[in-house]
Design a protein around this ligand. Structure first.
Ligand code: GRF
Length: 321
């Protein structure tokens, strides 16, 4: 199994979601490990549990400190632990923009409502008062806006006729304990998920001028130019032509460049079947270390090879300066 993702959990209270994550992580096939439980409340009950489970803990009260200063102390402790992801589990602090930026796409939260409904506090009573038939919980990425980042997963929980905020909260909590470990597992392994990888390629290919998607022999492909005369500049190959890897196929300037690339990094590049003969290169996307900036650059270079002159002319002029 690939190396496990290292997780720091931030809590302020009882830490039952933290406990759910800690116990999920004990399973040998869990793709993450908990390397730190940190809190702004030194006597948070969750810290005692984490310590008993032999997990490193860290606590620093926020009293008397600016938001930025406290966040920096927490950030430094997280970095020291070696964590790659921050998982908020009942961490009752609004985070500074700087902290959120440092952990962009690497920080998750769980919220007891079906987002985008009922951000903030008092979610259970608000759902009951609105006459909703279902409530629930959401795992989302953390962005600067409170409870606003992209939702990764949700569980619906029925509202019973005689529910009050407390009874509803206790059932939602059961759902939270199921949802958080599985959503986190899926998120940290997303780079191995072919659908996620395809989406990354798609976004970058379609961001180039005058492009559209068209499948070719079952493989997603992208063309530049009109629907009728467009030319392919990229293909997404997943077990294509019997090859085991997931790869992006793009055009190089020719066989010399293709050979040079393979020479530099034979684990990353190979000459694809059929297309290889005409100077296309395959870039593996399943190494777990994809450099997405590099992928965007290769897509662009390939696009330049086949884009109509009227699109590349301006770029050629700009290149002379
Ligand atoms: C949970 O209800 C969670 O949705 C919210 O804070 C609460 C934390 O509970 N973000 P616990 O500390 O995990 O038991």
């Amino acid at each position: 199994m690939a190396e496990k993702a290292r997780i720091a959990i931030l809590i302020s209270g009882r830490g039952s979601n933290m406990a759910a994550l800690v116990y999920a992580a004990k399973s040998s096939d869990c793709p993450y490990e908990i390397v730190l439980v940190a809190s702004n409340v030194p006597d948070a009950p969750g810290l005692t549990l984490a310590q008993a489970e032999q997990i490193d803990i860290f606590a620093h009260p926020h009293k008397g400190l600016s938001r930025e200063a406290h966040d920096t102390i927490m950030h430094d402790a997280i970095v020291r632990s070696g964590a790659e992801y921050v998982v908020l589990a009942g961490y009752m602090r609004i985070l500074s923009d700087g902290f959120v930026r440092k952990w962009a796409d690497h920080m998750l939260n769980i919220h007891p409502s079906l987002l985008p409904k009922y951000k903030g506090l008092d979610t259970y009573q608000r759902a009951i008062d609105a006459g909703d038939k279902v409530a629930g919980c959401s795992v989302h990425l953390v962005t600067a806006e409170l409870d606003d980042g992209p939702v990764l997963a949700q569980t619906e929980v029925a509202i019973l006729p005689d529910d009050d905020a407390e009874t509803l909260a206790s059932r939602i909590l059961i759902a939270e304990h199921q949802l958080y470990p599985s959503a986190l597992a899926r998120y940290v392994t997303r780079e191995a998920d072919p659908d996620w990888i395809l989406e990354q390629i798609r976004q970058r290919a379609l961001a180039l001028q005058e492009t559209h998607e068209r499948a070719s022999f079952g493989a997603p492909g992208w063309r530049v130019g009109s629907q009728t005369t467009g030319k392919y500049f990229a293909y997404f190959a997943q077990s294509h032509h019997g090859e085991a890897s997931i790869a992006l196929l793009v055009k190089t300037t020719g066989l010399d460049e293709q050979a040079a690339l393979i020479d530099v990094d034979p684990d990353l590049y190979y000459a694809p079947k059929f297309y290889g003969k005409s100077g296309w290169i395959a870039i593996r996307l399943d190494t777990g270390r994809t450099d997405w900036g590099h992928i965007a650059e290769r897509l662009y270079k390939s696009w330049c090879q086949v884009a109509p002159k009227r699109l590349t002319r301006l770029i050629d002029i700009a290149d002379q300066f």
